[in-house]
Design a protein around this ligand. Structure first.
Ligand SMILES: [Mn+2]
Length: 305
């Protein structure tokens, strides 16, 4: 592992792709929960880049199956540029969302970087949802339900074309963990794409430990490991501060184990923290929990192991 790693916090305060307002307050809630200070205490160098800027949320109904498509594209281009810059400077970008549509910008940047550096990309998608919807399959038109599809080339050109390569990546790069809500049409798309999904039933049956061993099985020295952490991954009893709660998610201990096993690989190289919605939170508890988990992701453990 590198000696002193530098992480860059990049705020993207928008709920432009979501079906509920409020994820735009996520970056500040994470700062209030002392994300930067806590990572600094882990021995990391932390640079806070402040917040990106983009269009306000006009809160309009979907058009041709997409809600706020042009605004989502503008935000994602800004995210792409910012994440790319940090990677090129050898830093670990942490995107503070914002809703999950922003993963299009961040993961397209990571994918471009991996192509340049000849590294293997692995994306761990921690989420209650597969986010593999298309305009035809989605009931809502909310683009935060479509980022994985867009990154794999299944979406509008405004989004599939972000970055240097279209499509940015392929379903085989993804390992999805914690999934428990997939729309009917989306189920078929996930199946056809052959994406590796470790849903909650799988976690129930074999446990989080074996699930993570499987999800991380082919991470090697040349792997760039990107984590896309949708806070709705967590059970709503511990993480109420999200717009789209789905019961039956990982417990506190399961989530900690998941993060610690990722840290053990030593290959974590970029991170999204998305869908934190302070409008639904209680006394910032979900932001504080997210910060606890991110500390584990960066190697905090109970004992010296
Ligand atoms: Mn998501």
């Amino acid at each position: 592992m590198n000696t002193t790693r530098t992480v860059s916090l990049i705020g993207a305060p928008t709920d432009i792709g979501a079906g509920h307002r409020g994820a735009s307050m996520g970056p500040e809630a994470l700062r209030v929960a002392r994300l930067g200070e806590r990572l600094g205490a882990r021995g990391l160098q932390v640079i806070d880049r402040g917040n990106l800027q983009g269009p306000l949320n006009p809160w309009l109904p979907p058009e041709n199956g997409y809600r706020h498509l042009s605004e989502v594209a503008v935000w994602n281009m800004a995210v792409h540029t910012a994440v790319r810059q940090e990677l090129q400077a050898g830093r670990v970008p942490i995107l503070l969302g914002g809703d999950h549509s922003l993963a299009i910008g961040s993961i397209s940047a990571v994918a471009d970087h991996c192509r340049d550096q000849n590294r293997k990309l692995r994306v761990l998608w921690l989420d209650a949802h597969a986010d593999f919807n298309t305009a035809e399959a989605t009931p809502s038109g909310n683009i935060h339900g479509m980022p994985v599809a867009c990154l794999c080339g299944n979406g509008p050109a405004e989004l599939t074309g972000i970055g240097n390569h279209a499509p940015s990546t392929s379903p085989h790069v993804f390992r999805q963990v914690g999934i428990r809500s997939v729309d009917e049409g989306e189920k078929r798309l996930v199946r056809e794409a052959g994406m590796e999904v470790y849903d909650m039933r799988h976690i129930d049956e074999v446990g989080m430990k074996r699930t993570m061993e499987e999800a991380l099985a082919d991470v090697d020295e040349n792997t760039h490991l990107h984590i896309s952490f949708d806070v709705d991954f967590l059970d709503p009893s511990i993480a109420p501060g999200v717009g789209t709660t789905v019961r039956g998610g990982p417990t506190y201990r399961e989530a900690q184990l998941c993060m610690e096993m990722i840290a053990d690989t030593g290959r974590l190289a970029s991170l999204d923290i998305v869908e934190l919605n302070p409008a639904y939170d209680k006394r910032n508890q979900t932001a504080k929990l997210a910060v606890d988990l991110v500390e584990s992701l960066f190697g905090k453990s109970t004992l010296i192991r």
